[in-house]
Design a protein around this ligand. Structure first.
Ligand code: PLP
Length: 380
């Protein structure tokens, strides 16, 4: 069943009723190995690190949602990112957006540099600076957009042109936007990675990752690496992500509607100094975001008056917005990145303002969310 429509593909790609039983939902194939018909003759599966039918259903669905040819699922977003990095070797250089996910920064700086990979972190909203960072040995541009936690919007199509001149791979971590809001492969990217823990899973009940590409050669290598390195998800985790993906479009629409209301509310609040949301006209890349994204997503960052101490007070005072790390679930979360998700980058050039608060705006009723923020901002 093929459709041009995202919502239909999310529910139907590689999710036909089970041939043996008619089960409407792909079964959880909780098996490590498979009976062979004869020595070396299988029905396509021999061992579940290499392939598992529940995982195959998820991988094909995710590929379709990113308008890609191939998908690979992983045990976590970091498992996916680590596997992408096995494409490179000592002496290779990577240009990375300077506001990258903290765990990505940690992997690159504290692990991969000691294996001889070289990284340059640059503000990718500045195309000239990004071009200057490219060297003869640059093999990849690592893009996140919108970035975390400053929600900078990076021009994927423009960077794809820059990268191709250098034959560098363009990789986009599309976790914050999700494939419903942004389609990096169509904009010229070679590889998309996800933490499916976030919007794709959508219910804060599973940790997972994914890679999607339409480049056959890159896919063959990544498929080899997935099996060789082994950071694969279990069948139940695949099933949870596949279930989450079915409602992605509905959820992203509501996340985006709620987030713009929250952003406007905060922007007009006397106790807030700065609000960062790509959907606000005050956002420096608002026009680019309008072109590159279908809507602006569920993440809002802001700085309250009163500095770091007041930020902590607010984060402790919300009742519906739960104080916690992660994002992308149906429930709203609040956090202080400098002391939580971004602790590992404090003291580095990527350091985050300690007064910054990050919200993952959920899909609760917007009146309840605004009332909760109103009472928290009133804290003395
Ligand atoms: C969470 C996250 C990751 C890491 O994913 P895990 O599933 O936690 O391993 C990578 N990139 C971004 C943008 C994320 O938000």
């Amino acid at each position: 069943m093929v459709s041009d429509h995202f919502e239909t593909r999310a529910i139907h790609v590689d999710q036909e009723p089970d041939a043996a039983t008619g089960a409407i939902i792909p079964p959880i194939y909780q098996t490590a190995t498979y009976a062979q018909e004869d020595v070396g003759i299988t029905k396509g599966y021999d061992y579940s690190r290499t392939a598992n039918p529940t995982r195959t259903a998820l991988e094909q669905c995710l590929a379709s949602l990113e308008s890609g040819d191939h998908g690979l699922a992983f045990a976590s977003g970091m498992g996916a990112i680590t596997t992408v990095m096995f494409l490179f070797k000592s002496g290779d250089h990577v240009v990375v957006c300077d506001d990258a996910y903290g765990g990505t920064y940690r992997l690159f700086r504290r692990i991969l540099e000691s294996y001889g990979l070289e990284f340059t972190f640059v503000d990718m909203t500045d195309l000239a600076a990004t071009e200057r960072a490219i060297r003869p040995n640059t093999k990849m541009l690592w893009i996140e957009t919108p970035t975390n936690p400053l929600l900078k919007v990076v021009n994927i199509a423009a960077l794809a042109v820059l990268g191709k001149e250098q034959s560098a791979l363009i990789v986009v971590d599309n976790t914050f936007a999700s494939p419903y809001l942004q389609q990096p492969l169509a904009l010229g990217a070679d590889i998309v990675v996800h933490s499916t823990t976030k919007y794709l899973g959508g219910h804060s009940d599973v940790v997972g990752g994914a890679i999607i590409t339409s480049n056959d050669k890159v896919f063959e290598r990544l498929k080899f690496l997935q099996n060789a390195a082994g950071a694969v998800p279990g069948p139940f985790d695949c099933w949870l992500v596949l279930r989450g993906a079915k409602t992605l479009a509905l959820r992203m629409d509501r996340h985006s509607e709620n987030a713009i209301r929250v952003a406007h509310f905060l922007e007009s609040h006397p106790r807030v100094t700065r609000v960062i949301y790509p959907g606000l006209e005050s956002h420096p890349q608002h026009e680019l975001a309008r072109k590159q994204m279908r809507a602006f997503g569920g993440m809002v960052s802001f700085i309250p008056k009163g500095g770091a101490e007041q930020a902590r007070k607010i984060a402790r005072a919300t009742r519906l917005f739960t104080l916690g790390e992660s994002l992308g679930g149906v429930e709203s979360l609040i956090e202080v990145p400098s002391a939580m998700t971004h602790l590992s980058v404090q003291g580095s050039p990527l350091e985050v303002d300690p007064a910054l608060i990050r919200l993952s705006v959920g899909i609760e009723h917007h009146e309840d969310l605004l009332a909760d923020l109103a009472q928290a901002l009133d804290q003395e």
